[in-house]
Design a binder for this molecule. Structure first.
Ligand SMILES: [Zn+2]
Length: 69
Protein backbone atom coordinates (compact mmCIF):
# COMPACT_ATOMS: atom_id res chain seq x y z
CA UNK A 1 0.00 0.00 0.00
CA UNK A 2 1.19 3.45 -0.82
CA UNK A 3 -0.11 6.35 1.17
CA UNK A 4 0.71 9.95 0.79
CA UNK A 5 -0.61 13.18 2.12
CA UNK A 6 -1.02 16.48 0.39
CA UNK A 7 0.04 19.76 1.86
CA UNK A 8 -3.58 20.51 2.64
CA UNK A 9 -3.79 17.41 4.76
CA UNK A 10 -5.79 15.24 2.39
CA UNK A 11 -4.81 11.63 2.33
CA UNK A 12 -4.81 9.40 -0.67
CA UNK A 13 -3.97 5.78 -1.07
CA UNK A 14 -3.29 3.59 -4.05
CA UNK A 15 -3.04 -0.11 -3.62
CA UNK A 16 -4.02 -3.42 -5.09
CA UNK A 17 -6.68 -5.50 -3.45
CA UNK A 18 -5.91 -9.18 -4.09
CA UNK A 19 -8.93 -11.20 -5.17
CA UNK A 20 -10.96 -8.04 -4.88
CA UNK A 21 -12.82 -8.41 -8.14
CA UNK A 22 -16.30 -9.75 -7.67
CA UNK A 23 -16.45 -10.73 -11.33
CA UNK A 24 -13.23 -12.65 -11.97
CA UNK A 25 -11.60 -12.86 -8.55
CA UNK A 26 -8.54 -11.01 -9.75
CA UNK A 27 -6.66 -8.20 -8.12
CA UNK A 28 -8.34 -4.81 -8.22
CA UNK A 29 -6.46 -1.55 -8.27
CA UNK A 30 -7.96 0.69 -5.60
CA UNK A 31 -7.61 4.40 -5.42
CA UNK A 32 -8.86 5.90 -2.21
CA UNK A 33 -9.37 9.60 -1.71
CA UNK A 34 -11.14 11.65 0.94
CA UNK A 35 -14.11 11.76 -1.42
CA UNK A 36 -14.38 7.99 -1.61
CA UNK A 37 -12.79 4.99 -3.17
CA UNK A 38 -13.04 3.35 -6.51
CA UNK A 39 -11.54 0.23 -7.93
CA UNK A 40 -10.66 -1.03 -11.36
CA UNK A 41 -10.03 -4.57 -12.46
CA UNK A 42 -7.48 -4.70 -15.30
CA UNK A 43 -8.56 -8.24 -16.13
CA UNK A 44 -12.23 -7.80 -16.88
CA UNK A 45 -12.39 -4.00 -16.83
CA UNK A 46 -15.00 -3.84 -14.12
CA UNK A 47 -15.27 -0.65 -12.16
CA UNK A 48 -16.38 -0.85 -8.57
CA UNK A 49 -17.07 1.66 -5.90
CA UNK A 50 -16.24 0.13 -2.54
CA UNK A 51 -17.27 1.80 0.64
CA UNK A 52 -14.25 3.04 2.50
CA UNK A 53 -13.72 3.46 6.20
CA UNK A 54 -10.58 5.00 7.55
CA UNK A 55 -9.36 3.24 10.64
CA UNK A 56 -6.43 4.02 12.91
CA UNK A 57 -4.52 1.07 11.53
CA UNK A 58 -5.48 1.46 7.89
CA UNK A 59 -8.34 1.59 5.47
CA UNK A 60 -11.16 -0.90 5.39
CA UNK A 61 -13.05 -1.48 2.18
CA UNK A 62 -16.37 -3.18 1.74
CA UNK A 63 -18.21 -3.89 -1.46
CA UNK A 64 -21.91 -3.56 -1.80
CA UNK A 65 -22.56 -6.82 -3.56
CA UNK A 66 -26.06 -7.44 -2.31
CA UNK A 67 -29.01 -5.21 -1.71
CA UNK A 68 -31.02 -5.58 1.42
CA UNK A 69 -34.69 -6.19 0.83
ZN1 LIG B 1 -12.11 -8.76 -12.77
Amino acid sequence: MTQFETQSGERFADFDLPEGCMMCGGAVSIRATPAGAHGYCPHCHVLSRPQMRVKPNGVELSFETTALA
